[in-house]
Write a protein that binds this ligand. Structure first.
Ligand code: GRF
Length: 215
């Protein structure tokens, strides 16, 4: 993994909450000399813990919330926020997005801006806390735990127009122990996420992810 960056890829990490994955990515990037490829951290949540976690890395953190509106105008507010995000990303020439617990779904129009025509994928990746296609949605660990699975896992995938449906890049399983609580189950999964995601980041930085990808 010690290869030097061969691309000028510029990456934005998106997170809405805790930010443990964002921190794992930043920590890895710093110790592997690829931090200059991460040009910003974007959050939609002014209270997100990721803001504090990122402050140790001297990387711009941009808070772009959705304007608080009545339910009937939410769609317009969401579009507005997305447009602000896009303008900001363009100002930094971002060409890859790494989602790390970002709780918003991008619109097809937004995703088009990140289309890789040659591979026919969007240059947007996500980490999901289950063995997709099992347990898509907001609470992968909770849903898998409730379903009493013997093993679950973690998936990194390209984002497409659906919810957790894009082409799978990498998956790893972990066992549910007999004495697991939801907390211990989740903690084991998160630790695996922190191991896996930085390796994918490295492949984005050095260009090998798109070379390897078979779609
Ligand atoms: C992780 O479980 C990730 O798989 C999911 O959201 C969670 C984010 O956790 N998409 P954190 O904010 O990185 O701690």
């Amino acid at each position: 993994m010690g290869t030097l960056p061969k691309t000028d890829n510029k990456i934005a990490i998106f997170a809405s909450g805790n930010g443990s994955n964002a921190e794992a990515l930043l920590t890895y990037a710093k110790s592997n000399d690829i931090l200059d490829h991460i040009v910003t951290i974007v959050t939609d949540n002014p209270e997100a813990k990721v803001i504090q976690r990122a402050s140790a890395f001297q990387i711009p953190v941009e808070v772009i919330p959705i304007r608080r509106v009545q339910f009937d105008t939410f769609k317009a507010a969401k579009r507005e926020q997305e447009q602000q995000v896009l303008t900001y990303l363009k100002s930094l020439s971002v060409n890859w997005i790494v989602l790390a617990g970002y709780m918003r779904i991008f619109s097809p129009n937004f995703l088009q801006e990140f289309l890789n025509r040659e591979k026919n994928i969007y240059q947007v990746v996500n980490i999901h806390p289950s063995m997709l296609p099992l347990f898509p949605g907001k609470d992968g660990y909770g849903d898998a735990f409730k379903a009493n699975v013997a093993t679950s896992g973690v998936t990194v995938h390209f984002v497409d127009d659906g919810i957790d449906t894009g082409p799978i890049i990498h998956q790893e399983a972990f066992t549910r122990n007999a004495d697991d609580t939801l907390e211990s189950f989740k903690a084991r999964g998160l630790a695996l996420e922190h191991e896996i995601y930085p390796k994918i980041l490295h492949k984005i930085v050095n260009g090998t992810l798109l070379q390897e990808v078979k779609l």
